[in-house]
Design a protein around this ligand. Structure first.
Ligand SMILES: Nc1nc2c(ncn2[C@@H]2O[C@H](COP(=O)(O)OP(=O)(O)OP(=O)(O)O)[C@@H](O)[C@H]2O)c(=O)[nH]1
Ligand SMILES: [Mg+2]
Length: 622
């Protein structure tokens, strides 16, 4: 497997989880879930990706985490052995992560593309309270003494997760916590059992992180009792590791220290520093074992937490589906109302003009006009009678509501139904709540504006449509010369036959010749009936065409826009679908790839054994 293949697979997984995190962050009650998703995407980006790509194991990473003002920066100084991190009485002072590299044999900073990528690396020394998505890397000065006990480690001073402002920077904490091979969880005497840091600790254990607890600020005499109490109250309730084992979490106390102890951790403060260092080193017997644990636990966590991580996507998609169904049923009601209240009663009177043109076409052209004129004159009594009788028996058209009024009412009905449904469901999910809240100020007015714009295009189209259908009807006959001449000739012959027949059967001419106008009127009536039938067929087609036009120009685009409307906040229907489909597969793949890579690393390469080099002794820790 090529590193680039690993990289794109990991990158896609990390991006999908990150997208979902942003999606949750926009919903106020999902902030905690957003944090979990950030941890998951950072595990892929900062741990699994570099491992699969074969990045060097060194450095291992230690992340110092905990509530605001718990003493994290102070603990970082103890790990570093010098006052390097900015400890500050203002709770929530540290706002972005800073990595401290102990002096010693150089190791290269991870070069994995995407490593910590949501944060920008600062190149200049910047105050710890700079509140931006950044991190900095600082190298500790060499003391000239023995090698630093954490020479192969990076020590991360992290921001808190408890102040009100931390919502804005908790992502930075997650980014580094995910990266860590060892977590130092700092809890102070006063705030050790706060809900938020405890939940965070649970999350880290579920992600399989090796945790060392540093309890701070208690009176030295109280330290043993406090440790015992913490073990029972907090650690006794920890969840299981991804392997199913109960986590073994060592606890170290850093009681209230004097200024001298705090400013000189390697000297005056050594009695507190050494047990802490020892506990960290115990967690990492070898670099390789520590890293393999970090990576395998990361994939195990993703595969066990995967379904839960995607739960939000699943729920949101179900709600979006419900919204789409509501929009669609509104659309059906809209079209139905238009059909009932307008289309079924609409006669398209403008179409009569084309029907009359069709009838006129059946008259003889050119010199035949004269004969047609005679026939027309002969039919005068018929026309008068017909118009008179029609006037008596045909009821005037039922006053049809104007098309615009019907469409307007139908739209109102549609929007009212959507509004009512959003109010009804507002308590069930934030999607509906958002719709209900923003209906009057945004959704409703925007929908009406769009409809008004689309209606203008629709009006133009419908008028063209009617003209086109009428013209096509007339042109269809006018351009079909064979049929036209046959019909014209046929009608003429029929008229002559009728006249000839009347003259023949009533000879000698008498008052019965009056049957001639009756006869030619009858043939004309027949022709009219035929053209009326053809015109009615065309009118019917215009009606169905109009129905299709309302759908394609008005109701379908509006339904599409309404369906997507909750997406203006960033929710994309397709994206949620893609994520639900892609992420579980990607996690399974990661598991397989990591397992294969671990196996490969554990299988000794064939060939002569490497030359034995003396192992340097561990630096003594007093
Ligand atoms: N006297 C005394 N002060 C301490 C001790 N440990 C920490 N402090 C002080 O407590 C304050 C907070 O400590 P920090 O190490 O800055 O705490 P933090 O967890 O990094 O805080 P934020 O970055 O603000 O979240 C600082 O003023 C420290 O000097 C201690 O043992 N004794
Ligand atoms: Mg701090």
């Amino acid at each position: 497997m090529q590193p680039t293949e690993h990289r794109s697979a990991v990158g896609q997984l990390a991006d999908d989880l990150r997208w979902l995190e942003d999606h949750c962050r926009r919903q106020p009650d999902l902030a905690a879930h957003a944090g979990t998703l950030r941890l998951a995407s950072a595990l892929a980006r900062n741990v699994i990706g570099p491992f699969l790509e074969g990045q060097p194991t060194r450095p291992l990473h230690i992340a110092v985490v905990g509530g605001a003002g718990a003493g994290k920066s102070t603990v970082v100084n103890f790990l570093a052995g010098a006052k390097v991190a900015e400890a500050n009485p203002q709770a929530g002072f540290t706002r972005h992560p800073t990595a401290f590299l102990p002096p010693g044999p150089a190791f290269s900073w991870p070069s994995y593309i995407g490593f910590l990528s949501p944060m920008h690396r600062l190149t200049a020394d910047t105050p710890a309270d700079t509140d931006e998505d950044v991190y900095q890397v600082k190298r500790l000065e060499a003391t000239g003494g023995p090698a630093h006990p954490l020479a192969g480690f990076v020590i991360w001073d992290c921001p808190d997760m408890t102040t009100w402002a931390s919502e804005g920077y908790v992502g930075r904490l997650m980014e580094v916590a995910a990266l860590a091979d060892v977590i130092v969880y700092v809890a102070s005497d006063e705030r050790y059992n706060d809900e938020v840091p405890t939940q965070f600790l649970h999350l880290l254990v579920r992600a399989g992180k090796a945790v060392v607890v540093a309890l701070t600020k208690m009176r030295p005499a109280d330290a043993p009792a406090f440790i015992e109490h913490f073990r029972q109250e907090i650690l006794g309730r920890l969840p299981k590791l991804p392997s199913g084992d109960t986590p073994a979490v060592p606890v170290v106390a850093l009681p209230q220290m004097t200024m001298a102890e705090r400013t000189d951790p390697a000297g005056a403060g050594a009695k507190y520093r050494v047990p802490l260092l020892n506990q960290i080193l115990v967690q990492c017997e070898t670099d390789e074992a520590a890293r393999v644990r970090t990576v395998t636990n990361a994939v195990k966590y993703l595969s066990t937490a995967g379904a839960g991580l995607l739960e939000v996507a699943r729920t949101d998609l179900a709600e979006l589906d419900a919204w789409r169904a509501t929009v669609q049923s509104g659309r059906v009601a809209f079209e139905d109302r238009y059909r009932r209240q307008f289309l079924s009663g609409e006669q398209f009177r403008r179409f009569d003009r084309f029907r009359d043109q069709l009838t006129d076409l059946l008259e003889l052209p050119g010199a035949g006009r004269l004969v047609s004129g005679v026939f027309w004159a002969l039919r005068a009594p018929y026309r008068w009678t017909r118009d008179y009788v029609f006037g008596l028996v045909v009821r005037p058209d039922v006053l049809n509501l104007s098309e615009q009024a019907v469409l307007h009412d139908s739209l109102k009905g549609w929007l009212d139904a959507l509004h009512a449904e959003s109010l009804r469901r507002a308590g069930t999910h934030s999607l509906w709540k958002q719709i209900a809240i923003r209906f009057d100020s945004e959704l409703g007015p925007q929908a009406r504006d769009r409809f008004a714009t689309e209606f203008r295009t629709f009006e133009l189209k419908e008028s063209e449509d009617l003209e086109d259908a009428g013209r096509a009807l007339v042109a269809g006959l006018a351009n079909n010369h064979a049929l036209l001449y046959t019909l014209q000739g046929g009608k003429f012959v029929l008229d002559l036959t009728v006249i000839g027949g009347v003259v023949y059967f009533t000879w000698p001419p008498g008052w019965l010749l009056l049957l001639v106008p009756v006869g030619v009127s009858a043939t004309h009536q027949f022709a009219e009936l035929a053209t009326r039938g053809v015109a009615e067929g065309a009118r019917h087609r215009v009606r169905s065409h109009r129905e299709a036009l309302v759908t394609s120009s008005l109701s379908a685009p509006l339904a599409q826009w309404l369906t997507e409307w909750p997406s203006t906040g960033g929710t994309s229907f397709e994206k949620l679908h893609q994520i639900l489909r892609r992420v579980p597969d990607a996690i399974r793949q990661m598991e397989d790839r990591v397992a294969a890579k671990v196996k490969q690393a554990q299988t000794p390469a064939p060939g002569p054994p490497p030359p034995q080099t003396p192992v340097p002794p561990e630096p003594p820790i007093a």
